[in-house]
Design a protein around this ligand. Sequence first.
Ligand SMILES: [Zn+2]
Length: 112
Amino acid sequence: MEDRCVCCGGIIPEGRQVCYDCEYIVNEKVKEFSKVWDFLKKACDAIVKTIQEFWNSIKKLFKDWVEVLARIPKNKRDYQTQRLLYYGSIITGKSNNWRRMHGIQMVRRRRL
Ligand SMILES: [Zn+2]
């Protein structure tokens, strides 16, 4: 009985599972796949890097603003200022104690 390729059913030398043609095709597909994989990996790394840089620039921007806004007396802060202060203090990693010291707390949108 002749040995046959498990992929295409072609006749193959004894002791083999697949013919040389099918083996070649599979190897090419693997090479192609690893190229695509490398590309995706590089693209993901670039996206992560961009997001990190974006996030860092946001943090930097907020760092100064939070200090400036915190000097506005509590009773003179409008809704937007309070929100900016609250989220800014979180983004820049201020402690709960710092927030308490500057009278900063979460504010909810007032219903119209
Ligand atoms: Zn084959």
